[in-house]
Design a protein around this ligand. Sequence first.
Ligand SMILES: [Zn+2]
Length: 180
Amino acid sequence: MSDEAEATNPGASGRVHPIVQYGDPVLHRACAPVAAFDAALARLVEDMFASMYAANGVGLAANQIGVDARVFVLDCEDADGVRTVAAVVNPVLSLPAPPRELMTGDEGCLSVPGSYEDTARSATAVVEGFDAAGEPVRIEGTGTLARCLQHEYDHLEGTVYVDRLPRKARNRALAEAGLR
Ligand SMILES: [Zn+2]
C-alpha cells in the first residue's frame, strides 16, 4: 500500500487502545455530547478506528476505549451487502414508529468478548449526526448496519446489548466472556 493510501485509511494514524469490558462504570452511564470539532476529536476518531480494526470489530463507541464522548465508528454492511465506513459524532437515532418490523439475530460486543446472543432489533434504523470535521452525516441502515447503529447508539446511552436480554441469556453471555 502506498503512503498516500495509508494516510487516507481510517485508523491508519490511530493508536490502538485496550477495550473496556462490561462492568466498568464508563460503559454504564450516558456519554457527554462533543462540544468542539477539533484536533483532539480527529485523533479520538482515528484511535477508535484503529482500536476497532485491531479487535476485529464492526463498530466501536468512544466509551469502549474509556472516553466519555458521544462518538461511534463503524465498518459494516447492510442487508444488500453495501459497506458503510463512518464516524458519527453526537448521533441521534430514529426508528420507525411501532409496530415496526423486528429482526432477531446474533449480536456480540467487544466489551463482552467471545459471546453472542440472539437479540431483537428494529430491521431498519436511521442515525443523523456529524463527522469529525463537523459536516452533517446521515446513515440509513438495514441488516447488520441497522443492528450496528442501534448497538453503538445504545453504548452512548450507557446500555450494553446484554442489558436488553432476558436475565438468563445475559448471565450466560457474561459467563462466556469470563465477566461473571
Ligand atoms: Zn458493543
